[in-house]
Ligand binder design. Structure first.
Ligand code: SF4
Length: 427
């Protein structure tokens, strides 16, 4: 038998940022990839957010997945295991976006999706003929995706874990790493496989870790009909098209959807237009939010600050908009140019990238580029001001009173966020 340790890398900075959120979605990459290992492998998974890596243990192989802000921590882990003579492999978003960065710290790297390349690597590993790079330039057919191995989720939070029904997004927003990684290709899993993963979760709440569950409205409607008998609650990310289709919203609610993360990004149309996201129409936002609420689904707004047309008044304007429209939750991000995205390439060409220290590419605690109409400090302070104000007690009551959707859990959740914000000095 051989033993592999799979690690979902986090690192101190990201752990602190994520701890401030009460509900932290568990990443499902490793619990899926675990299903690709043949029976002669013992698979162990550590999610660094809940468990420390024990460097004294021996493994035949160590595999790491990570996003850009966790790259520095991933390289630290890799260097320690490699010094002990253990083979280290790496994949995930950062490796696909910036392979040369990861290359120096791994025995093998996986560029692109690894459902097809990991089995090739494992065959090579047995023969002792591993390559340095395993590249899949095509996107995989999700009917071949393995089923989720739930024993590899270890966090004790309010969700039993996460899963996915679709992958990718057909859009190509300038700042989005998803569009680069998946080449704008949106794919769906066979509904019976999704139902198998969904129905066997022990908990009541399931998180769909999809990039945009509303990208194919007809697929989504079929999926929701199939999920309805299981009487679970679920949430996912969606684009604003989700809020324009009453049938989608009605079927989503019946199947257990109680909360949708909607990528509004900005309340300034010019920012959206300049980011290749002109399909978001700010003039429609109010009606879309009203319609989602009318179906009993609360709204988490995804908002980004730092676009080229953002001036210092964007913070107060955004806050007022979110309060007036009774938004239940919001995730605010500082615009971050992930490596090799169109945004990164443009800012690099304009000489506006301030640092290549990827630990600072966290979207919450650091500004890594020169904004156009503010200083980096103004952007950071404005971001922190909105975050804090959104979860101030007075604003919580105003927001929730303006929509009154799912109050029995959105109110306690907001109060917990208020408490967490002060405990961790910001998200
Ligand atoms: S709609 Fe969302 S997921 Fe799709 S490319 Fe734009 S930001 Fe990325």
């Amino acid at each position: 038998m051989r033993t592999v340790l799979l690690i979902t890398v986090s690192g101190e900075n990201m752990k602190r940022i994520r701890k401030a959120r009460y509900i932290r979605f568990q990443q499902c990459t490793m619990p899926y990839l675990a299903g690709l290992f043949p029976k002669n492998w013992i698979v162990r998974h550590i999610d660094e957010e809940t468990e420390d890596v024990d460097f004294t243990k021996h493994y035949d192989l160590v595999g790491l997945t990570f996003h850009t802000p966790c790259a520095v921590r991933a390289y630290e882990i890799a260097d320690i295991f490699r010094k002990k003579g253990i083979c280290v492999i790496m994949g995930g978003p950062h490796v696909t976006l910036a392979p040369e960065d990861a290359f120096r710290h791994a025995d093998s790297i996986f560029i692109g999706e690894s459902e097809r390349t990991l089995p090739l690597f494992l065959a090579d590993f047995e023969k002792g003929t591993c390559q340095k790079r395993y590249t899949d330039t095509e996107t995989v057919d999700l009917k071949d995706a393995p089923l989720l191995l739930k024993e590899h989720f270890h966090r004790k939070d309010h969700t039993a874990g996460s899963m996915f029904a679709t992958r990718g997004c057909p859009h190509a927003c300038e700042f989005c790493a998803i569009a680069c990684m998946y080449q704008k290709k949106f794919r769906t899993r066979p509904i019976e496989q999704v139902v198998r993963d969904f129905s066997t979760f022990k908990g009541k709440v399931v998180v769909f870790w999809d990039d945009n569950i509303s990208a194919d409205l007809e697929y989504a409607k079929k999926l929701f009909r199939a999920l309805t008998p299981y009487k679970k609650w679920w949430t996912s990310q969606a684009s604003i098209q989700a809020g324009e289709d009453d049938e989608f919203l009605s079927l989503a609610y019946k199947s257990g959807c109680r909360h949708l993360f909607i990528g509004f990004e900005s309340i300034a149309q010019l920012s959206l237009d300049q980011s290749n996201k002109s399909f978001n129409k700010v003039e429609k936002y109010r009606e879309i939010i009203r319609r989602i609420h009318s179906h009993g689904i609360s709204v988490q707004a995804g908002v980004v600050f730092g676009f080229d047309s953002d001036c210092p008044d964007i913070f107060d304007k955004t806050l007022s908009f979110l309060i007036e429209n009774g938004i239940q939750q919001a995730t605010f991000n500082i615009l971050t140019p992930y490596p090799n995205t169109p945004l990164y390439n443009r800012l690099k060409a304009e000489g506006r990238i301030l640092t290549e220290d990827f630990a600072k590419y966290n979207s919450r605690a650091d500004v890594v580029f020169q904004p156009k109409h503010m200083s980096p400090d103004e952007l950071l302070n404005g971001f922190q001001y909105v975050n804090k104000s959104f979860y101030q007690i007075g604003n919580i009551f105003k927001r929730l009173n303006n929509s009154r959707v799912n109050l029995y859990w959105t109110l306690p959740l907001n109060l917990i966020y208020h408490y967490q914000f002060h405990r961790f000095h910001g998200f």
